[in-house]
Design a protein around this ligand. Structure first.
Ligand code: FE
Length: 339
């Protein structure tokens, strides 16, 4: 082969590659969530659109670090994770591109989206209590957790965990920093022990009598309710669940969600995917995979545990507003000694 022919072949190969990457029906998804139903969720999108999903799963911080390191060359199209503050962090780092979509605007309630990222499922932070020693009316609000009546009775996970930071952020939004700090100090004064473990550990500690009251995200409660293990069933027989703040601001909710990256090589596919996540079909997979509620309006899941928990008034605070208080929430917890 002559040199010029070789070059011509090379040029043809290069342009074919360039053409393929522009035309390729692919979406690169960086995901910090991994549930059983995710396979079906993604396969269904590929079936509908012909767009293949390449998935990279890791912890949220690792994914964010990776996207930042990859910079302008990042193959990431969409980033999905749990917790409003984590999505807001990605947004603050300038990683998301604004998405203007009539579909997302009409499908998702205004408080569950920002201009850059969107919530696709919600989870509530409820109070669990020992049925044999606490009356549900004594733990009807988050305020009650700070009341002198519960001295030595409250278990908690760490104050630096996103779920508690998110609750604190909402309290700051509703009552201001000062009152929020007083509340945190009141809860700390009621601790049965120093914070440790996850939400499930708090539920088990209440059932075991180590403490009488704790906070948990609803999907942990639902998971225990649906568990095949007899010991988990026993735990749930001893534990009651309250929707806090039904007479006031509503029960605090957090979300899982995602957004399109600014450097996304497949922007059209990325928007299509976000819109797909808000569709009836996808919402059922997305929410039910982790015993959560769909974010989109009017979508119902058939989940026996969620049906048992029943309906409730959710805090209507905007997810973007909520996330803004996250750093302050940590400071307030620190000052209050809520470790
Ligand atoms: Fe969790």
């Amino acid at each position: 082969m002559t040199i010029s022919l070789k070059l011509a072949v090379l040029a043809a190969a290069l342009s074919a590659t360039a053409f393929a990457s522009a035309q390729e029906k692919v979406l690169n998804l960086y995901s910090a969530r991994h549930y059983q139903t995710d396979e079906a969720l993604y396969a269904n999108f590929t079936r509908q659109t012909g767009i293949k999903i390449n998935r990279i799963e890791a912890k949220e911080d690792e994914l964010l670090e990776r996207i930042r390191n990859e910079g302008a060359n990042s193959p990431a199209d969409v980033f999905i994770t749990v917790d409003a503050a984590r999505l807001a962090k990605a947004d603050e780092l300038g990683l998301f591109a604004p998405v203007k979509s009539k579909t997302l605007e009409s499908r998702l309630p205004a408080n569950l989206r920002t201009s850059d990222w969107f919530a696709f499922s919600t989870r509530a932070r409820v109070i669990v209590y020992a049925r044999d020693s606490v009356r549900p009316e004594d733990v009807a609000s988050y305020d009650d957790l700070a009341s002198g009546k519960l001295k030595g009775k409250v278990c908690s996970r760490s104050g630096s965990h996103p779920y508690n930071l998110s609750l604190m952020s909402s309290i700051i939004a509703h009552k201001g920093e000062q009152k929020a700090e007083e509340w945190a100090k009141g809860v700390v004064a009621n601790f049965a022990r120093a914070p440790k473990g996850g939400d499930t550990d708090q539920i088990k500690a209440v059932a075991a009598g180590e403490c009488q009251v704790a906070l948990s995200n609803t999907y942990y409660v639902a998971r225990m309710m649906r568990s095949d293990k007899p010991e988990d069933r026993k735990v749930m027989e001893k534990v009651g669940v309250v929707w806090p703040n039904q007479q006031t601001t509503g029960t605090h909710i957090n979300i899982s969600g995602g957004g399109m990256l600014k450097t996304a090589p497949h922007k059209e596919a990325a928007v299509k995917f976000l819109e797909y996540l808000a569709s009836d079909e996808a919402q059922k997979y997305f929410a039910d995979g982790n015993n959560e509620w769909p974010a989109a309006k009017g979508v119902k899941v058939a989940n026996p545990a969620l049906e048992t928990l029943g309906s409730f008034k959710a805090d209507a605070l905007n997810v973007g507003e909520l996330a803004k208080n996250s750093a302050l929430a940590q400071k307030v917890f620190d000052r209050a000694g809520y470790r």
